[in-house]
Design a protein around this ligand. Sequence first.
Ligand SMILES: [Zn+2]
Length: 144
Amino acid sequence: MKLRARAAPTREVRCLHCGADFAVAAQAMVLTCPACYKRVTVQDIVINTAQNMARVETCGRVVVRRGGKITAGVVQATVGVEVLGELYAGSVAAPVVHIGPRAVWRGDLVAARVIIEPGARVLSGRFRIQPAPPPPAASEETAA
Ligand SMILES: [Zn+2]
């Protein structure tokens, strides 16, 4: 079920809600998943400053630059998470997580692969390594 690009440059993303793969315009930022009709952010989320967000969710990557600091309840990125600054989260889920040499990390993590550079500070968190992100629930039970 993969549609190849014709004229406009596209890239493939995976819906973080339902797991469907679909192609989007290269410059797309936010759109509606063709499979589950939920709105999803497909652009990378780059944190350069101190930010407080309940949920950081994207079908791209979450990047915390050096000097950036994110405090969040949930961080979910279907491509990966890269932390060079500080990340304080309740839970993080991504296939690949890179914690840079001077990064500060606090939060539980589910990932297929974690790279922790020497000099990174992991303050706390339970890291669970599993081959793929948890499959989306078959039946949607959304509270409220
Ligand atoms: Zn979807």
